[in-house]
Design a binder for this molecule. Structure first.
Ligand code: PMV
Length: 329
């Protein structure tokens, strides 16, 4: 039996990924750019030990994983087994450092940690770009969590996805930014990202415009990163998030992830900015608001967001490292 344990931080996109050019391989319709976080993540142990005989045994946050989650893990492990030419079922034990019920549990850190642990436990020697491609097959955003700090995901153009991998952006190394998260609801999101992306691509009159705008946002974000210009990076992040949500809002039926506290938190960020604190929001496929800021302002921003009606609590995270092995036997 071989086993391995890996950890990965989640990542938050500043230039969003919203739409696939191939759903089976999770190939993105556009590139994206993100920040990997230190405190919010996943630890996963994989052992190819026979599982429970017929199936993989999957434990999530101390309890047997729901059928849907277990099926997604097995589908991912099947790819690893095919590549390693093994058939053995596995035991997977995975823990998120953020309670799953907070609605923040991320497939990004989950599949990045699973990719690193499963590849190693199966005896595969994969370079970081190959791990990124493998993680992408679990969840598009997971490709980015293989790397630490600021990361860019390539759209790629090949049909087999061998050029759709993430890469680190070293120009962002050491930049002491923070991401303050305002949690505005408990529980799971209403509509998963895959279904929402599909509906947006198929029915939103704004989808093509969204896709056309991303390359410009990526160029602006890279330039802002090179110049360490928080206001410029923040402006890109806000418009990318709002354009992503605008495309989803225009889908049929419409996709609205926000609640009143989401909007109030955005207003809070704008008010802070008007009063002289550089703070910039982004929002993913859920109601929470994530605020990019300088380390020195994070505490005051978290306090202000904590006062917003409907904000349940806040978390603050710094740039973190990429996914890595912490044990192998
Ligand atoms: O990795 P997925 O399939 O859950 O997609 C993530 C989509 C967003 O979080 C909304 C945007 C992004 O780039 O992470």
């Amino acid at each position: 039996m071989t086993s391995a344990t890996a950890v990965a931080g989640t990542n938050i996109a500043l230039v969003k990924y919203w739409g696939k050019r191939d759903e089976a391989l999770n190939l993105p319709a556009t590139g994206s750019l993100s920040l990997t976080l230190d405190r919010l993540g996943t630890r996963t142990r994989v052992a190819f030990d026979g599982g429970d005989g017929a199936r993989d045994r999957v434990t999530l946050d101390g309890a047997p994983a729901a059928e849907k989650v277990a099926a997604r893990v097995t589908a991912f492990l099947d790819r690893v087994r095919a590549r390693a030419e093994i058939a053995t079922r596995a035991t997977v034990v995975t823990d998120n450092s953020v309670p799953t019920a907070s609605g923040l549990a991320s497939s990004a850190s989950g599949f990045a940690a699973l990719a690193v642990a499963a590849a190693r436990a199966a005896g595969l020697e994969l370079a970081p770009a190959e791990l990124s491609i493998l993680a992408r097959l679990g969840s598009g955003s997971a490709a980015r969590s293989i790397f630490g700090g600021f990361v860019e995901m390539a759209r790629g153009s090949r049909a087999d996805g061998t050029d759709a991998a993430a890469r680190p952006l070293p120009e962002g190394d050491g930049w002491d930014v923070r991401l303050v998260v305002a949690i505005t609801a408990a529980g799971e999101k209403a509509l998963g990202s895959t279904a929402a992306m599909r509906r947006t691509a198929e029915t939103s009159p704004y989808y093509d415009a969204w896709v056309r705008g991303v390359d410009g946002d990526l160029a602006a974000a890279r330039a802002a990163l090179g110049a360490r210009d928080l206001a410029a990076l923040g402006a890109v992040a806000e418009r990318s998030a709002l354009r992503m949500h605008a495309s989803a809002l225009a889908a049929d039926p419409p996709i609205l992830y926000w609640n009143p506290a989401t909007v109030a938190a955005m207003a809070c960020v704008r008010a802070l900015r008007a009063a002289g604190t550089p703070a910039f929001f982004t929002i993913d496929a859920g109601p929470h608001v994530k605020v990019l800021c300088a380390a020195r302002d994070a505490e005051a921003i978290a306090a202000a967001l904590g006062e917003v009606p409907g904000v349940l609590r806040t978390l603050s995270a710094a740039p973190g490292s990429g996914a890595r092995l912490v044990e192998a036997a």
